[in-house]
Design a protein around this ligand. Structure first.
Ligand SMILES: CC(C)(COP(=O)(O)OP(=O)(O)OC[C@H]1O[C@@H](n2cnc3c(N)ncnc32)[C@H](O)[C@@H]1OP(=O)(O)O)[C@@H](O)C(=O)NCCC(=O)NCCS
Length: 199
């Protein structure tokens, strides 16, 4: 296995969708819990790569994408851009179902319709990220390395601080963020927001 980290390239987009699904159940394979295999990627992966590719990075194994670090420099601007350029087409493609439908697909469809807001407790941490590595890539220091690459890019771009949200059902990822120097900003019912200052 030969791992490398490089900037995102448009030809990686399909791999991002796949990796997002293969790690989308609190870090584990979500293939069996979503009927539409694209939905998770529509919300959690593709908009970053399409709208803000300058802060997206890909880990490769012998040249093949096996993980990513994607994000935004400024969550507020990114959310506004999603409203204009990303969600409208998806909202038409995936209309909300009748009340009472409560599948995993429907949960993501509801998020697509609701859009994003910057939570007040996170407004001093404008950048945010998502990191997902396939199982063969985990536990070998690649997560730490791709985070260093991402953070050094944000520093070059003068971004003051960064946050992320992790589900409480993903204790391995929580340990990872604590190990690499993130601290808890806020605890929600099902997730924890971690952050780090860059200046
Ligand atoms: C979570 C994830 C990004 C961590 O990346 P990684 O490459 O496996 O982590 P690294 O090997 O760089 O580990 C860095 C440090 O975190 C610790 N760590 C990483 N994963 C851990 C785990 N599951 N349990 C405990 N500690 C862990 C390592 O021990 C290491 O500490 P050390 O440097 O003191 O030895 C990766 O495992 C992953 O993508 N998992 C699946 C998807 C996911 O859960 N994404 C996060 C969603 S919020």
């Amino acid at each position: 296995m030969k791992f490398e980290i490089r900037p995102y390239h448009p030809s990686d987009l399909f791999s991002l969708y796949k990796i997002c699904l293969l790690t989308g159940n609190s870090g584990k394979d979500a293939t069996d819990i979503y009927e539409d295999p694209e939905l998770l990627g529509h919300f959690y992966a593709a908009p970053y790569a399409v709208l803000e590719p300058d802060v997206c990075f890909v880990a490769t194994n012998n040249g093949k994408p096996c993980g990513y670090m994607i994000g935004t420099k400024d969550s507020q601007k990114f959310y506004e851009q999603c409203e204009k350029e990303w969600f409208p087409v998806l909202r038409k493609r995936y209309p909300l179902s009748e009340e009472g439908v409560d599948s995993m697909d429907e949960k993501i469809i509801k998020r697509i319709h609701a859009g994003h807001i910057v939570k007040p407790e996170l407004k001093d941490y404008p950048a945010h990220l998502h990191i997902d590595l396939l199982p063969e890539t985990q536990g070998q220091g690649i997560g730490r390395k791709i985070m260093e690459v991402f953070i050094s890019r944000l520093k070059e771009l003068n971004v003051p601080a960064l946050h992320l949200e992790v589900g409480k059902a993903n204790p391995g990822a929580i340990k990872f963020y604590e190990k690499i120097g993130f601290y808890k900003i806020h605890e929600y019912e099902y997730s924890i927001a971690f952050g780090v200052k860059l200046k």
